[in-house]
Design a protein around this ligand. Structure first.
Ligand code: NAP
Length: 250
């Protein structure tokens, strides 16, 4: 029996790691997205009840290592995990995908929060939001001179000046070109998620000369070991927990 790992997920990278884990390990999801049914490891869904709840869970379940592969904007669960590991004296490892960097021809407007987004999009009329569900809570606040398109995982009826597209990446440049042409957007709003799955929108914005309002990353707690790529995590896990890598869906 290898040392028991708790993998905190909710991203494509986390799912790739989860596919390599055997039945003694646990893959944890907040419960907002799809729950995979074809994994060898245990899957648990829902919050732990803050850092204290997570610390209790770690002790009760005899976890030996917490691996944080959550999204870089999921700052609360990362802070909780770091604190719970400190309390329980467990190692805290994190997969931290490198952020995208602006390329020649990019017109990025960097903002820190939702208020910054609203301010930055003021000059524009046709806005494409690609940063998750947050705009859904603000659909009653669409300024009269704007039309919003919100692409996220949730289906939602929208209204006359707000359309919601429920779609899940990866997205291709061809698909993004077709979407941008049809929507006639004059600004794109994005998080700096990094990775290839949702990068095509940046390429197409560059081609079309469209500005991108880029919400900056929140600060995340330091981890004992930080990895930039799934394969590096798998190699480290193999050494730590004796995890067999044959099941990886690369
Ligand atoms: P968050 O603000 O950091 O976390 C909110 C609460 O959700 C946490 O305090 C925790 O509840 C619970 N939670 C989050 N991730 C969990 C996990 N993997 N397992 C168990 N409980 C979890 O997170 P968020 O931004 O709402 O994101 C939620 C999930 O969606 C994360 O798993 C993240 O990886 C994924 N996701 C987020 C984004 C994004 O842009 N934020 C994008 C793609 C995917 P308790 O305090 O009760 O433990």
């Amino acid at each position: 029996m290898s040392a028991r790992v708790l993998l905190l997920g909710g991203t494509g990278d986390a799912l790739r790691i989860a596919r390599a884990l055997g039945p003694e390990h646990v893959y944890s999801l907040a419960g907002l997205g799809r729950v995979p049914a074809d994994l060898h490891c245990a899957v648990r869904v829902g919050g732990f009840g803050g850092a204290e709840g997570l610390a209790r869970y770690l002790a009760d379940e005899h976890i030996a290592l917490v691996l944080d592969a959550t999204h870089p904007y999921a700052a609360q669960i990362s802070a909780n995990a770091a604190r719970a590991c400190e309390q329980t004296k467990l190692p805290y490892w994190a997969l931290r995908r490198a952020p995208w960097q602006p390329q020649p021809g990019d017109d990025w407007r960097k903002v820190d929060d939702w208020a910054g987004v609203i301010d930055a999009i003021k000059p524009f009329s046709r806005v494409l939001f690609t940063l998750g569900r947050e705009p859904l809570a603000h659909l009653g606040e669409v300024p009269v001179h704007q039309h919003w398109t919100v692409r996220c995982l949730d289906a939602h009826p929208g209204h006359a000046r707000a359309q919601v597209i429920d779609a899940r990446g990866p997205f291709t440049p061809e698909g993004e070109r077709a979407l941008f042409d049809a929507g006639r957007y004059d600004v794109i709003v994005s998080k700096n998620s990094g990775g290839a799955a949702t990068e095509a929108k940046l390429l197409v914005a560059r081609e079309m000369g469209l500005p991108v309002v880029m919400m900056q990353r929140p600060s995340l707690p330091p981890a004992q070991r930080e990895f930039a790529a799934v394969q590096d995590v798998l190699d480290a896990l193999a050494a730590f927990a004796g995890i067999n890598q044959r099941n990886i869906d690369a």
